[in-house]
Design a protein around this ligand. Structure first.
Ligand code: DAK
Length: 254
């Protein structure tokens, strides 16, 4: 159902239900939560999430499982998905969704909860819940407007239309298109930040996450506090000293 493997500094979490296009059963969502907890305890510097098989990153919530549930079961299901995906916000390392094929509904919501998204040439994505008489339940109505703005988010959620990778790139929904091997492209992106200190990476993520929820004055106050915290780390002392001494810094996550 799920594979979590380590490759040097980077862990790769692969949704592995290709017979159902890696659809998110509640068991799979729980397993993602457990895997994120496990990866959080590893000595890694980035986590990549991708899908097994040729066709799909993840085709969304398991539609068959959504049928015939009570209102309260459904609410608990939405809260479970939101809680698990929110773990990505606070994971100690940045995350990258390597979108290898279909990323629909909950699948795109999972990708949007990652820090970055890299799309392969076969990536197709959207929030098609409206076609099922539903609306997104795992964070899509909140994360999509933060990534692409309200007007585009409303268009995508109300029409349920499918985007190919170039359009997703143009609107900022994905960060990069992979020209060759997708996993290599995701690892190359990871390689651009894995040399930096985890405390500074985490403080920067935290500050940016708050930019979209706080009024400007409060956001600036938060930035002053978090940047001061970063300044107090040993990594900052090392980074400043390395510049002055004209050498490469050696960050130790301290
Ligand atoms: N769930 C379960 N099975 C799925 C699935 C899904 N989302 N998507 C595909 N499959 C299964 C198919 O049923 C098929 O299985 P068999 O029938 O062979 O047993 C197998 O995967 C291959 O699929 P297809 O034969 O359909 O493959 P195609 O290449 O022809 O089409 C497709 C690929 C991705 C275009 C098509 O499968 C498709 O449209 N899939 C559904 C996409 C979708 O609508 N996703 C769900 C979005 S809704 C909430 C919780 C969550 C949500 C809302 C509320 N609460 C708890 C309140 C969010 C819901 C969503 O994510």
């Amino acid at each position: 159902m799920l594979d979590l493997v380590r490759d040097g500094d980077v862990a790769v979490l692969t949704l592995n239900r290709p017979e159902a296009l890696n659809a998110l059963s509640f068991d799979l969502i729980r397993a993602i939560g457990t895997a994120l907890d496990e990866a959080g305890g590893w000595d890694i510097r980035a986590l990549i999430i991708t899908g097994a098989g040729e066709k799909a990153f993840c085709a969304g919530a398991d539609i068959k499982e959504l049928m015939g549930r009570s209102l309260m079961e459904e609410k608990a299901g939405a809260e479970l998905g939101q809680r698990v995906f929110a773990k990505l916000d606070t994971l100690k390392v940045p995350t990258i969704a390597a979108i290898n094929g279909y990323a629909f509904g909950g699948g795109l919501e999972l990708a949007m909860a990652c820090t970055f998204r890299v799309a392969g040439p076969k990536a197709k994505m959207g929030l098609p819940e409206i076609k099922l008489g539903l609306i997104p339940g795992y964070g899509g109505t909140q994360r999509l407007p933060r990534l692409v703005g309200e007007a585009r988010a409303l268009e995508l959620i109300l029409t349920g239309r499918t985007l190919a990778a170039p359009e997703a790139l143009a609107m900022g929904l994905v960060n990069r298109l992979a020209e060759g091997d997708l996993l290599e492209a995701a690892k190359a992106l990871a390689g651009e930040f894995t040399g930096y200190g985890l405390p500074a990476l985490a403080l920067a993520r935290s500050a940016v996450q708050r930019a979209l929820t706080l009024p400007l004055a409060e956001g600036l106050r938060t930035e002053a506090e978090l940047s001061t915290l970063a300044y107090r780390t040993q990594d900052a002392a090392e980074g400043l000293a390395a510049f002055v001494e004209k050498r490469k810094p050696h960050f130790r996550d301290l």
